[in-house]
Design a protein around this ligand. Structure first.
Ligand SMILES: [Zn+2]
Length: 415
């Protein structure tokens, strides 16, 4: 609101207009098709303002008229829907054994999902930046070739990410102090759009918030599955980043403390990459799951492709293989124990697990739910623990969505 006791600055009017544009876009995204009068009635903006904002948004290709009319008394109204097909966000994701790129437009349509087998933990940051840049260039060529404009790119990393898009520490990748955003910008030779970096967990929960069956859930958590286990935390509809952006590092929560000897049998020393033992990641990370359930898998070399191993575990579990089922139940209990801490701290409505945790959910989640119910203080009926339905490219999808955030916040695209 503009204060009346100080001069009205042009910037203030600009800010108000930007905020109002975001209000109109958000309303149409949620309630389309809707008329200008509907927008005015339900947002509280006056009709002249709505009319002017809508014209501007149509001109920039962010809204379009469908020509549909509502069956109502009085003059038929022209209906509006979100357009935005012209503008694309790119999201990349550094997974345990692959790089993924997703392009999505403003209406949320996924235009491409490409994967490239890549073991970032074994190849190091320089090679990873080169591979990310190559994948980005191919995606940009495809998107711009179809007459669309790339508005931004966001990369999801399994580790800590600071405000400059640098990675101070990513244990799962063996990275320390990697200025990823700067390096990627340099490798792309000033691509003409912003390049951002975020944690894969923050991007995955953003994707859930927008695209999944729990879209719009105000108190939502996504736990990533992979070499790392990170938590993307949404509380009261807002992403919780913490003071320095490092919130959500649930992967190194000690979950073995106090566990019964039977629960720790067969785990070896449960040594974690962080130097401690019994962390969630050292028990439920994809490498830990494969090591525990398929002790014969590639004993002499590091596994660089987890998909066949996870497929095998799934097949064995389906066939009722007793050691695999027992192992999955134990891992599920550890998962439930970690989730109970999040539930007691943040009181979410839904906790969604992704990656291999989602693939193995039929065998992990029953035990995890029992453990969760036994450990949380609040009535357990109020929280759901579910598998993500967004697939293993959730973080990349969230990255593409994040890259469109400035337009969604009401800024007009420069293009
Ligand atoms: Zn650890």
């Amino acid at each position: 609101m503009i204060s009346i006791d100080r001069p009205v600055q042009t910037a203030d009017l600009g800010d108000v207009r930007v905020a109002n544009r975001a209000v109109v876009l958000r309303h149409v995204r949620r309630h389309a098709p809707c008329s200008r009068a509907d927008v005015a009635a339900r947002t509280g903006l006056n009709k002249a303002t709505v009319s002017s904002l809508v014209s501007e948004l149509i001109e920039h290709g962010l809204l379009r008229e469908t020509g549909l009319t509502e069956n109502r008394v009085g003059r038929p109204a022209t209906m509006l829907v979100l357009d935005g097909a012209r503008y694309v966000g790119l999201g990349l994701q550094i997974g345990a054994d692959e790089l993924v790129v997703v392009a999505a437009d403003l209406s949320g349509e996924r235009l491409l999902t490409w994967r490239r087998a890549f073991a970032a933990a074994l190849t190091g940051p320089e090679e990873t930046v080169r591979a990310l840049a190559a994948l980005t260039r191919r995606a940009v060529t495809r998107v711009t070739g179809a007459g669309r404009t790339v508005l931004g790119l966001t990369v999801g990393v399994p580790g800590l990410v600071d405000a400059d898009g640098a990675v101070p520490l990513a244990l799962a990748l063996g990275w320390r102090g990697v200025p990823l955003a700067a390096e990627l910008r340099r490798a792309l030779r000033d691509p003409g759009f912003p390049v951002g970096v975020d944690t894969d967990a923050n991007l995955a929960v953003s994707a859930e918030l927008r695209h999944g069956p729990y879209a719009g859930t105000a108190d939502l958590i996504h736990l990533t599955g992979g070499l790392a286990v990170g938590a993307g935390l949404v509380s009261g509809g807002r992403l919780l980043r913490g003071g320095r952006g490092f919130a959500g590092e649930i992967g190194h929560l000690p979950v073995l403390a106090g566990a019964s000897p039977s629960a720790t049998a067969g785990l070896g020393d449960a040594a974690c990459r962080c130097g401690r033992r019994g962390c969630l990641a050292s028990l439920a990370g994809v490498d830990a799951v494969v090591r525990r359930l398929l002790p014969d898998a590639a004993p002499d070399a590091p596994v660089t492709d987890y998909l066949p191993e996870i497929d095998r575990i799934q097949a064995l579990a389906r066939a009722g293989d007793e050691p695999v089922r027992t192992g999955l139940t134990e891992i599920g209990r550890h998962l439930g124990s970690a989730v109970s801490v999040l539930v007691d701290l943040l009181d979410p409505e839904v906790v969604v697990v992704g990656g291999h945790l989602a693939t193995l959910a039929p065998w992990l989640l029953p035990a995890a739910r029992t453990e969760l119910a036994a450990r949380t203080l609040a009535p357990p009926a109020g929280v759901r623990l579910e598998a993500s339905t967004l697939g293993s490219a959730a973080s990349a999808l969230g990255g593409a969505t994040a890259a469109l955030a400035t337009v969604e916040a009401g800024q007009l695209p420069a293009a």
